[in-house]
Write a protein that binds this ligand. Sequence first.
Ligand code: PLP
Length: 451
Amino acid sequence: TAITNHMPTEELQALDAAHHMHPFTANGELADKGVRVITRAKGVYLTDSEGCEILDGMAGLWCVNIGYGRDELADIAARQMRELPYYNTFFQTTHVPAIALADKIAELTPGDLNHVFFAGSGSEANDTNIRMVRHYWALKGKPDKSIFISRKNAYHGSSVGSGSLGGMSAMHAQGGIPIPDIHHIEQPHWWAEGGESSPEDFGLTRARALEDAILELGEDRVAAFIAEPVQGAGGVIVPPETYWPEIQRICDKYEILLIADEVICGFGRTGNWFGSETMGIRPDIITIAKGLSSGYAPIAASVVSEEIAGVIASDEFNHGYTYSGHPVAAAVALENIRILEEEQIVDQVRVDTGPYLKEKWESLVDHPLVGEAKIVGMMASIALTPDKKTRAKFAADEGTVGLICREKSFANNLIMRHVGDRMVISPPLVISRSEIDLMIKRARLALDDCL
Ligand code: PLP
């Protein structure tokens, strides 16, 4: 018999446990607990198989920027599938969705980031960056410039290459990553690691760790520095204001390419089209995915400068994916961007709902468990602590406070994510003021339930 939304929840759970391996999950534990089955979604709400409405404070995985259930995207996908469901953009051909989307991305992205190499996911796009940057330096007669400097607790994807760029120790412990020639420096995480120093001094110290690394490794060997404008999966860590200008100065001084991984920050998340604009940086390459299609279809890209594209064009670059520039995904992404523009969603985040959320989110610091509340646009975090003054961590046996808080928020029909003892949100950018009120109310209930 067909497996449908109408089956009893327990049967769906049993089938899920029997055959479906969940990413980043202890699958045995999940099976014992019983997974919640999501059946549909509209706006900022998910509905589960019991008919319960859940406010999605994470926009899926930081990606459903225009919200769920937009018929325009479904219609465009159906039309494109009928007209041209697939043809690759390799070798001798191209197609209109790829041309139009590359053209639109070039228009939106800052500076001379005007050339687009498509991929199916953020991980693939970051793998593209590794290979393209190394090839670029080789073509420029500097094949020794192959080292990528990245940061501890960064997330750049799950493939072998992008997982190596990332700085997640739990990932590095499994599966043979990192690959060679990736070097990790400390992150600008003042709350957890700043000690007695001011955020400003700490921001400078952590930026200068890049300079120290370049000097230690040799500027002739360092190819690029890659970082998220605001670390997302690491816990929505907003760097001190001194951090990014110093990073930019160092990259310029030593001729190191600056790659901004905009997979989360791009397409309005920080209140501008790109996090690089919010942080005032001029990257040579950006990685985009997620909000590019609001998650309605898998698509990503590396967007590179005139200079890099020019050098790469002088040779055959032996790299690409079957789904590079997939016409259906590209058409969906274009329609998503049309909606973001027409409904002025990015402006709304910057001047209206973003500041409204900021006020409400920052008010959570009056809660006994909350040490700091950080927010940029519509990505935000709180630090849970037993002692706000010393910024203490919970003792090891209480170290699952974040996990408990996540469970409590889920029980209160709000999706928040935990990263250690940080709770993060990243709601659809279309969230209204009254939905923000409800989200904050449920977050408070979850925190109270942890007391
Ligand atoms: N880069 C960043 C900053 C991300 O947050 C993610 C995913 O969360 C990725 C890259 C990887 O993207 P994907 O999961 O599409 O491979």
